[in-house]
Design a protein around this ligand. Structure first.
Ligand code: COA
Length: 176
């Protein structure tokens, strides 16, 4: 299946129409955010939605991103040596959810890839060390670990993936 990934503000739907659309990821908190707060929060937290190309009226999944930071104390002793002692800038994927009828089709992976590309583009203009995610629970954590995210030492549900790791993976893929 093919999806188009676009910014929520660009699809020209009102908050009330989004509220009426079915979206059930299995995590009510994430469903409520999309329906009630995503458009309202656009100025501080961008939301990108995936629309099936054969049915663009349906939101199959979404993620949010904004700037954030982590404390260097969350990194290993070795890593900490590379940074000053003040907070390190990162891009936060605050929420990621796929509607149940579209789960396990690779859409979560596709949305993560889209976010990785945005972070790499942004990092040409502004300092971004890593992508950060705050997992809802252990199951979500396992999902992110599959992509190389690792836990911070001072916040067990917060994981990061340095952009340098993503760039290396892209270079390896391009060479092969
Ligand atoms: C977690 C979630 C985003 C995954 O999205 P998805 O589109 O179903 O996942 P994908 O199809 O992209 O899965 C990619 C891979 O991850 C695996 N995977 C899916 N969920 C997983 C989990 N919870 N733990 C470990 N691996 C998982 C898939 O089996 C697949 O593996 P493969 O590439 O080896 O075949 C989705 O299930 C969801 O929205 N869940 C409810 C909300 C949630 O927990 N969000 C997490 C952020 S807090």
């Amino acid at each position: 299946m093919d999806w188009n990934i676009v910014s929520l503000s660009a699809i020209g739907r009102s908050s009330s129409s989004i509220r009426r659309e079915p979206f059930n990821s299995g995590e009510p908190e994430l469903d409520k955010y999309l329906k009630q707060y995503a458009l309202k929060n656009e100025i501080i937290n961008k939301t990108f939605v995936a629309l099936p190309s054969d049915n663009p009226k349906v939101i199959a999944g979404y993620y949010t991103c904004c700037m954030s930071q982590i404390n260097p104390t969350g990194l290993s002793q070795e890593e900490q040596k590379r940074f000053p002692r003040y907070p390190i800038p990162v891009m936060l994927i605050g929420k990621l959810a796929i509607d149940k009828s579209f789960q396990k089709m690779g859409l979560g992976k596709k949305l993560l890839k889209h976010a990785f590309e945005s972070a790499i583009t942004a990092s040409d203009k502004i300092g971004v060390y890593a992508i950060r995610v705050d997992a809802l629970h252990e199951k979500a954590k396992e999902y992110y670990k599959k992509y190389g995210f690792f836990e911070l030492q001072d916040a067990p549900l917060t994981l990061i993936l340095p952009l340098s790791t993503i760039k290396k993976a892209i270079q390896i893929k391009e060479k092969s």
